[in-house]
Design a protein around this ligand. Structure first.
Ligand code: XIL
Length: 354
């Protein structure tokens, strides 16, 4: 964005902040396009049918640069039991995004929780498994080559509690090499996309972060074509201050691009369930400010961007049981159910402009 436009946008955001300083939780007025305030790409997750919702579509076009398919670019959605593929819904997202001037980010090829069914039949046959693995990764990456800016090639390789790496069908047959091979096969099929390793709970669990970084380092040492590290950042509103900054800094220290890849800030989770709603809302603002600031602290070439896991609160996965224990009153995103910007969106705009 040219400097003059950026200054104008920031002046607008500053004026809004000044008007609303009087009350504790100010009514959120009009918001300048977030993407215009951001010196790095802003992303949001998307489902194909959301593009038919004019309110959602306009909101996303106005404020974001990039979409990550929320579900339809996962094996469960496109890999059929007979070994064939149906990419039609993912294609719909990528094409609809492109028509609105948005780029797409692929999510995800290799994920322990979604192994295409036909791999089960190959369990134990190392050679056949390795061949099928290569065919699978190149097929998926090849299908979207030239149409996605990047990929979460491997998602969530570290155990929940951070005590080592996951035991999954991929690993049982290929060893931890399954990670390196995924990157190599993806690169073979898509020479351009930036290839990411993505993980969650890195902010809360330093031991998990250390395992994740060790894996990333081993990939770099092995010459794997890894280009970036993603931290999902599904966090509670009472997350310890500084945890995101520390995580982004440590990820950035390897010299790779860093993606805050699935940001949402739940008001319902975490140990501080007894905090007042206002305290949680303040925590939410602090967290998005911290995430933006942490990315801004990186050298520009390492800022892959910040992606939120949904536009409006009612779009959030945390509103859908069982992910949030059936809670329907969470409000983890930047826009309310009607698509109106919440104070947390203004906080993000202001932080992006710093
Ligand atoms: C979630 C989606 O939001 C849900 O709609 C889906 O059914 C399950 O997955 N980490 C990830 C995302 O990498 O793919 C998950 O998305 C959220 C946690």
């Amino acid at each position: 964005m040219i400097a003059a436009t950026r200054r104008a946008v920031l002046a607008g955001a500053g004026a809004l902040a000044a008007c609303s300083r009087a009350s504790a939780e100010p009514p959120a007025g009009p918001l300048p396009p977030l993407k215009a305030a951001a010196p790095f790409p802003l992303g949001v997750c998307a489902m194909s049918e959301q593009f038919d919702d004019l309110g959602w579509s306009e909101l996303v076009r106005t404020h974001f640069d990039r979409v990550t398919p929320e579900w339809e670019m996962k094996a469960e959605a496109y890999a059929k039991p007979d070994g064939s593929y149906d990419f039609s819904r993912a294609d719909r997202i990528v094409d609809a995004a492109a028509r609105r001037g948005l780029s797409a980010f692929g999510h995800t090829i290799v994920w322990y929780s979604q192994v295409p069914r036909r791999f089960e039949a190959l369990d134990g046959d190392r050679r056949a498994f390795a061949e099928a693995y290569r065919a699978y990764v190149t097929r998926v990456a090849g299908h979207f080559a030239g149409r996605v800016a990047g990929w979460d090639v491997v998602n969530e390789p570290v155990l929940d509690d951070g005590e080592g790496y996951r035991d999954c069908l991929w690993r049982r047959n290929l060893g931890m090499d399954y990670v390196r091979l995924a990157f190599e096969h993806a690169r073979e099929a898509d020479p351009e996309a930036v290839l990411f390793l993505n993980e969650y709970n890195l902010e809360q669990l330093p031991a998990k972060r250390a395992d994740f970084l060790r894996l990333a380092e081993s990939l770099l040492k092995a010459g794997a074509p890894i280009g970036g590290l993603g931290t999902q950042t599904h966090v509670p509103a009472d997350l310890k201050s500084g945890a995101i900054r520390q995580t982004v800094r440590e990820l950035g220290a390897l010299g790779l691009k860093v993606h805050v890849s699935e940001l949402d800030v739940s008001l319902n989770r975490g140990p501080g369930l007894l905090s007042s709603r206002q305290a949680l809302l303040d925590g939410q603002k602090r967290i998005v400010e911290e995430a933006a600031g942490a990315l801004l602290d990186l050298p520009p070439a390492q800022r892959w961007g910040l992606t939120v896991w949904g536009a409006r609160d009612r779009d959030s996965w945390l509103r859908r049981p069982p992910e949030n224990g059936g809670r329907s009153d969470d409000a983890p995103l930047l826009f309310d159910d009607e698509g109106r910007p919440k104070p947390v969106a203004h906080a993000l705009a202001a932080a992006l402009g710093r």
